[in-house]
Write a protein that binds this ligand. Structure first.
Ligand SMILES: NC(=O)c1ccc[n+]([C@@H]2O[C@H](COP(=O)([O-])OP(=O)(O)OC[C@H]3O[C@@H](n4cnc5c(N)ncnc54)[C@H](OP(=O)(O)O)[C@@H]3O)[C@@H](O)[C@H]2O)c1
Length: 272
């Protein structure tokens, strides 16, 4: 499937889903602005993209530092003369531990990256796209945003907020011809899930996830939950009465996550 997008910005491009998306769009000959903190990883990725026929520009910055983020986004806007696809993908699991010394620090970091930086990125380009009357804005939320996932209070809350933000943004910008897509992955094998000790049903590799995400973006889906088994499961969970969800969540992994047996809770692990 060759992409119709030729000028693309991806945040969180140095590893995992973002990296795979960048590689795949690169093979289509697109120009991709790669944003993440790790300059060495981005330079390596840029080389791979250039070798496979694409063009890559490196924007090494911490997306949670607003002035650095806006400076990087400004460079991408000026160099591209207007992007046609922006994927706000950078995210962090930030599992919280009880009792835990670092929960407030983790909470702030997760909100700053998963919600603030994602929304700031999309707002920055929304401003330009509505004037140009074209463009596509994509946010990567998670199935963890549908309900409060055990052990992931900050993560679940930010993903739920991002889903709501994307839905609202879509109503505002679609009259100007700008599309908005909310990508809601289930479990994908990436550095984010590497140390997860909780069950990860329907876990898939990043290359398959990238294929599915790209297809949803190309067809202009408003929201896309995958894999389908996870989409079905989340619909069933959402339809459950609260008492049943409490029981199921506690039964499957709630106790492990709360007690910290689910892994080193203050590391970058996440439950979906
Ligand atoms: N994997 C899953 O199962 C899963 C499921 C549902 C949703 N998601 C979502 O999918 C997205 C990608 O996750 P992933 O699994 O691919 O994780 P990942 O491999 O850990 O990638 C996270 C990316 O975000 C970047 N990042 C982290 N902190 C940053 C910061 N402060 N400033 C700029 N970039 C930063 C990382 O690069 P640097 O460290 O170089 O900055 C990396 O490129 C996330 O939003 C995640 O919540 C993943």
């Amino acid at each position: 499937m060759k992409s119709k997008y030729s000028k693309i910005l991806i945040t969180g491009a140095s590893t995992g889903i973002g990296r795979q998306l960048a590689l795949d769009y690169g093979k289509d000959g697109s120009t991709i602005w790669l944003l993440a903190r790790s300059e060495s990883k981005l330079l390596e990725l840029a080389n791979e993209i250039e070798t496979s026929g694409g063009t890559a520009k490196v924007l090494a910055c911490d997306a949670t530092i607003e002035k650095d983020l806006l400076a990087s986004l400004t460079i991408a806007q000026e160099e591209s003369g207007g992007l046609d696809l922006v994927i706000a993908n950078a995210g962090w699991g930030g599992k919280m531990k009880y009792p835990g010394e670092k929960n407030i620090e983790v909470l702030n970091q997760v909100i700053d990256l998963n919600l603030k930086a994602a929304a700031q990125t999309l707002e920055f380009f929304a401003k330009h796209m509505v004037v140009a009357r074209q463009g596509h804005l994509v946010g990567v939320s998670s199935v963890a945003g549908f309900k409060g996932a055990p052990g992931s209070a900050a993560y679940s809350a930010t993903k739920a907020a991002l889903m709501t933000y994307l839905e609202s943004l879509r109503f505002s910008v679609s009259p100007f011809g700008v599309k908005v897509t909310d990508i809601r992955p289930g479990f994908v094998r990436t550095p984010l899930t590497k140390n997860n000790k909780v069950p990860m049903p329907f876990l898939m590799d990043a290359d398959l996830a990238s294929q599915k995400i790209r297809r949803a973006i190309e067809r202009g889906s408003k929201r896309f939950t995958f894999p389908w088994q996870m989409a079905l499961t989340t619909h069933l969970i959402k339809a459950m009465p609260d008492f049943l969800y409490d029981w199921v969540a506690g039964l499957s992994f709630g106790k492990m996550a709360v007690s910290g047996r689910a892994g080193k809770s203050e590391e970058n692990t996440v439950s979906g």
